[in-house]
Design a binder for this molecule. Structure first.
Ligand SMILES: Cc1ncc(COP(=O)(O)O)c(C=O)c1O
Length: 425
């Protein structure tokens, strides 16, 4: 049992709920002065009705906070790093594509979902009269990751998962490891939370040293592999961040871009507070469908599910989740990852030949981060030549000279590299 706060401090108490392994969630803030921490068994087991009532109170506190909207925080929020508002966290690659442009800005891998998946989706349209039922999708996802069904929550893309976490957790010290996908931070801020950025350095190859995470951080969010750096952190590095009293959110939206997913924590049930967020929109070209999921301890899944809008994930999205968890689909995803690695090597080779362009790390995912002087002009001139690449200055820690390039097939890469050469020479 862990209490993440000192009872009676001016900020009130943080309630910590524990799962069967250890701590999973932070609860109500500022409600009275006494400690109200409790164990997981208080919610479900032998501790009985009184403890259950306490657990209910903790979750009610979380929900109260969830009712607080943007611009109306429950109590004054002190931003740990006021300069943190400096970039547009809500800018994403889709804003950079346009008619007639070859899209190297968005990290969706295929131009369209594979035919077998389109057929499954089309077949599901006849069932649209019924409200969605998550049971089969949850079972399929659970089996795929060797988890229990109670540890799975389908979401409308990974993006919904970040919003649910932000609205239900009430961290005292939330840390987001940057540069990374900005929606987790945007969701935290929109829910009224202060965010502490730990910004990784180019000099270190954007590799995470666990010692950089403050000991008292009770919520830590990072991506693996990380967008936009394309760094794959070793599972051991991330594991080292897990501890009782802390929620550790690992965004694994791109985990399946690496054959065998060697550093994924999706199957790990032993790490306290671990939350793995996955997306099916990248590999399967389902960005418009919206499907992802959360893997976490059953009590956190329950809390998130309670905060989720009813029927948030549509029937076709649930069908897609089920279909993408079959052994055949997993084998295809792995084969796609192998092809991707070869296509990426080709892209890297071409980029290395471009004068003035630098690659800070050996990329491991479906995109490559590059540095080139005069980044905005380079992007603009590439657009004039028909190519959209992703500006990377909206990622905290990166500046105007950074761009992110999606890995595409060799023919596209070759033509793009020629266009880039034309721009820089
Ligand atoms: C690292 C990362 N996580 C999550 C997401 C969101 O994925 P989804 O489409 O499933 O909401 C993105 C989308 O770009 C992303 O880059």
């Amino acid at each position: 049992m862990v209490n993440a706060d000192t009872p009676g401090t001016k900020q009130g108490t943080i309630t910590t709920i524990m799962d069967t392994n250890n701590t999973i969630g932070a609860g109500a803030r500022g409600e009275g002065t006494g400690s109200t921490d409790m164990g997981y068994d208080a919610m479900t087991g032998p501790a009985g009705p009184q403890a259950r009532e306490h657990a209910g109170a903790a979750i009610a506190g979380i929900r109260r906070h969830a009712a607080v909207g943007p611009g109306a925080p429950a109590e004054p929020v002190e931003l740990l790093e006021p300069a943190a508002q400096d970039v547009d966290l809500r800018h994403h690659g889709d804003a950079e594509v346009g008619p007639g442009l070859v899209d190297l800005a968005v990290n969706v891998r295929l131009a369209a979902p594979p035919a077998w998946l389109v057929h499954r989706l089309a077949a599901s349209l006849g069932d649209l009269a019924a409200y969605p039922d998550t049971a089969r999708a949850r079972a399929a996802i659970a089996a795929r990751h060797r988890r229990s069904i109670a540890e799975v929550l389908p979401t409308a893309g990974a993006a919904e998962a970040f919003v649910l976490l932000a609205r239900t957790l009430n961290p005292r010290h939330a840390v987001v490891v940057h540069p990374q996908f900005t929606e987790p931070e945007a969701a935290l801020r929109a829910a009224g939370h202060a965010v502490h950025r730990v910004v990784l350095d180019e000099a270190d190859g954007f590799v995470l040293d666990p010692a950089r995470i403050p000991d008292d951080a009770d919520l830590v969010i990072l991506g693996n592999p990380t967008n936009p750096t394309s760094v794959l952190h070793p599972a051991a590095t991330i594991e080292a961040l897990a501890r009782p009293g802390r929620i550790l959110v690992v965004d694994e939206a791109f985990a399946d871009t690496i054959p065998g997913e060697p550093e994924s924590l999706a199957r790990r049930r032993d790490l306290p507070g671990l939350v793995v967020v996955r997306s099916l929109t990248k590999t399967w070209a389902l960005a418009g469908l919206r499907i992802g999921y959360v893997l976490a301890s059953p009590d956190l899944v329950r809390i998130l599910a309670d905060a989720q809008p009813l029927w948030s994930v549509s029937t076709p999205a649930l069908i897609a989740a089920e279909a993408c968890c079959t052994p055949e689909a997993l084998a295809q995803a792995d084969a796609l990852a192998v092809t991707l690695a070869a296509d990426r090597s080709y892209l890297v080779e071409r980029l290395r030949a471009v004068s003035g362009l630098r690659l800070p790390v050996a990329p491991r995912s479906s995109f490559v981060l590059a540095r080139i002087e005069g980044g905005p002009q380079v992007r603009e001139q590439l657009r004039e030549r028909g190519y959209a690449v992703r500006r990377a200055d909206t990622f905290p820690g990166l500046g105007p000279d950074w761009i992110r390039i999606a890995v595409r097939d060799r023919a596209t890469t070759l033509a793009f590299a020629a266009a880039l050469e034309g721009v820089v020479t």
